[in-house]
Design a protein around this ligand. Structure first.
Ligand SMILES: NC(=O)c1ccc[n+]([C@@H]2O[C@H](COP(=O)([O-])OP(=O)(O)OC[C@H]3O[C@@H](n4cnc5c(N)ncnc54)[C@H](OP(=O)(O)O)[C@@H]3O)[C@@H](O)[C@H]2O)c1
Length: 334
């Protein structure tokens, strides 16, 4: 199977590293980057390009879109599909915002559009939820879907430091971007929650309708006071469906010590869903990083090799209205 990588950063190089261990089962035929000069000494320099047409000319069976952002990722995804190329992505922003039009095109062309890596890194939550939703009724999703925020809140409590110092530590370790706003203000987790909610409830959940609250203003004193009483503050992502309405929230929440989420610390992610027949199913693991995210991409590629090109057709169904959950009554009384 021939693949091309769009993006050769954290996730792209992770995919490459795993491919190299697979004894030629997968061949990388081209790699798209923005700045080719950065890669002069790279072992794959001869197939690295900044020209998308060259990627198409290399005739991949699958394009792995790990460049991030909406454009040009959207245009390249659509162009690839028009050339009958399957697409695997880790781009939660693109899946949550443009999933409907991309999946519509994939369906018309009988192609795969797979995005396990876009939610929870190595955690196989997209697949588990997709399988469950085929026969079970999912009523609720909860989780820690952003490792950066979870790391910061854990660090504040463990090291008794302020939010700003914890951010610096996260940046030094590569867990946080220079601008961490999409993580700490909840937008990253909201994108993942929208993707999972769409699969779970069978209709398109628009990320722009999800209420997000920041963890920026939580103080060390508040965290310590709650910890003394057996509670932790976490950035929780939660949605549930009731009477054909979805309720959703991403933001700080006080978590009781008997709750599984209480033990999810550091950069770990956790996602659980309530299903009518199977009850609560939860999975935790590394939600980001080169190899954990790369491994999720590889699993999607292997599915395509095995002819599993099932699409998340829930994205094509009518949008369902999303309502806020009042955080003051349900999640936080600081
Ligand atoms: N990092 C994680 O742990 C993680 C986990 C889950 C999902 N994701 C998602 O995976 C995607 C990639 O993340 P990442 O952390 O790997 O990003 P990254 O390290 O910043 O790498 C991005 C890559 O894309 C290339 N690129 C960006 N814009 C481009 C453009 N306009 N044309 C051509 N190439 C372009 C960059 O080229 P240059 O090298 O030349 O700059 C770089 O190689 C994102 O959607 C992210 O949300 C990441």
């Amino acid at each position: 199977m021939k693949i091309a990588l769009l993006g050769y950063g954290t996730v792209g190089t992770g995919v490459k590293d795993i491919v190299k261990t697979m004894n030629g089962k997968i061949e990388i035929v081209s790699i798209l980057v923005k700045n080719k000069d950065k890669y002069k000494d790279d072992e794959y320099f001869s197939i690295i390009t900044n020209n998308f047409e060259k990627v198409l000319n290399s005739k991949p069976d699958i394009i792995v879109e790990v460049m991030g952002g909406i454009e040009p990722a959207l245009t390249y995804t659509k162009k690839a599909m028009k050339e009958n190329i399957h697409v695997v992505t880790a781009n939660k922003q693109l899946v949550s915002q443009n999933g409907p039009e991309i999946i519509k095109l994939a369906k018309e062309k009988d192609l795969a559009y797979k995005f396990e890596a876009s939610v929870g890194g190595a955690i196989p939550i997209v697949k588990s939820l997709t399988d469950a939703a085929k026969f079970d009724r999912i009523s609720k999703i909860r989780g820690i879907l952003n490792g950066t925020s979870n790391y910061i809140l854990t660090k504040v409590l463990e090291d008794e430091i302020d939010y700003s110092e914890a951010i610096k530590s996260a940046q030094q370790l590569g867990f946080a971007e220079m601008d961490p706003s999409s993580d700490v203000d909840g937008h990253d987790a909201a994108r993942k929650l929208a993707i999972l909610s769409t699969i779970a409830y069978g209709r398109y959940v628009n990320v722009n309708d999800i209420d997000t609250r920041s963890i920026r203003d939580i103080t060390l004193e508040q965290i310590k006071k709650l910890s003394d009483k057996g509670f932790k503050i976490k950035q929780l992502a939660e949605s549930y469906i009731e009477n054909d309405k979805v309720f959703a929230y991403v933001g700080p929440a006080i978590i009781d010590k008997n709750d599984k989420i209480h033990s999810i610390d550091g950069e770990l992610n956790y996602a659980e869903f309530d299903a009518l027949n199977s009850s609560v199913i939860g999975i935790s693991g590394k939600g980001a990083g080169k190899l954990p995210t790369g491994s999720a991409v590889i699993k999607d590629i292997l599915d395509i090799i095995n002819n599993d090109i099932n699409l998340a057709e829930q994205f094509l169904n009518e949008e369902i209205s999303v309502h806020n959950i009042d955080p003051e009554t349900k999640y936080v009384k600081l």
